[in-house]
Design a protein around this ligand. Structure first.
Ligand code: DQA
Length: 145
């Protein structure tokens, strides 16, 4: 099984960015946790980060036929990006939405996700463990062929 893990804007700053909200692990450390969990299931991981909406859109588009599941922490684009939502639908690759923080317990503008309705599900509020739980969910997603 091939997993594409995409991280959106500002997630490159994990470790120093608002640690009370996002925890103290760096993105490289989160990547290591994801790889360890995926390896337990014999799954392959491609792990990427971009601050650019268009690049994330392109990566989602290109996942079609190459990856079984996308794990997506779109950061702030979760709340704004019709383009990412359309790309998820167009690609047709089952996508799991991830958030380190519980977006529903924060500011009102974070409560709405434009992506959630087109994702298999959302994992939010477990810190770096959200990613580990998403790997668990991904290996159980029924893959369309
Ligand atoms: C986030 C939540 C978003 O609201 C925020 O813009 C982020 C990170 C999270 O992982 O908790 O950048 O996606």
């Amino acid at each position: 099984m091939k997993l594409l893990v995409l991280n959106g804007p500002n997630l490159n700053l994990l470790g120093t960015r608002e640690p009370a909200v996002y925890g103290s692990l760096t993105l490289a450390e989160v990547e290591r946790l994801v790889r360890e969990q995926a390896a337990r299931h014999g799954a392959n991981v491609d792990f990427r980060q971009s601050n650019h909406e268009g690049e994330l859109v392109t990566w989602v588009q290109e996942a079609r036929g190459k990856f079984d599941v996308i794990l997506l922490n779109a950061g702030a684009y979760t709340h704004t990006s019709v383009a990412l939502r359309d790309a998820i639908v167009a690609a047709g690759v089952p996508t799991i939405e991830i958030h380190l923080s519980n977006i529903h317990a924060r500011e009102e503008f974070r409560h709405r996700s434009l992506l959630a309705p087109v994702c298999v599900g959302q994992i939010s509020g477990f810190g770096a463990n959200s990613y580990v739980l998403a790997v668990e969910a991904a290996v159980k997603v029924k893959v369309k062929s």
